[in-house]
Write a protein that binds this ligand. Structure first.
Ligand SMILES: [Zn+2]
Length: 126
């Protein structure tokens, strides 16, 4: 147990492990208690997706989220919907190898880009 007197000392391996186990147990309990809500949310999305299309849900969510963010002064923090996965190709920039800890500026780590972006990456590399 850590007292107030020694709260600046590094944790021991045993204390770290104890903390990790407690954190893991709390996360598991949170997910277990939340599961009914998760199931209900997914049923609602499935029902709407089957009715109007899952892509339409994502487009509408992006549009509405963007409007909400603009109203709150946080424009650009919404997720963007990309093209269909089948229309993407492996990111050439990721394929040439990134430095340790570097994330790909072209695909943001997704590892896939459109054919047009792949061509642009290759053209820039020349
Ligand atoms: Zn990439």
């Amino acid at each position: 147990m850590i007292s107030d007197d020694d709260d600046r000392r590094p944790l021991t391996e045993g204390e770290l492990e104890q903390f990790r186990q407690a954190e893991h147990k709390a996360a598991d309990e949170f997910m277990r208690r939340r599961q009914p809500q998760t199931d209900a949310e997914e049923r609602a999305v499935r029902e709407l997706g089957e009715a109007i299309g899952y892509g339409r849900i994502m487009q509408a969510a992006e549009k509405l989220w963007r409007k909400s963010n603009e109203a709150q002064g946080t424009a650009g923090s919404e997720l963007a919907v990309g093209p269909c996965a089948a229309a993407l190709v492996p990111c050439p920039h990721c394929d040439v190898g990134l430095d340790e800890g570097e994330s790909c500026a072209w695909c943001c780590g997704a590892g896939r880009v459109t054919r047009r972006v792949a061509k642009a990456i290759r053209d820039v590399g020349r």
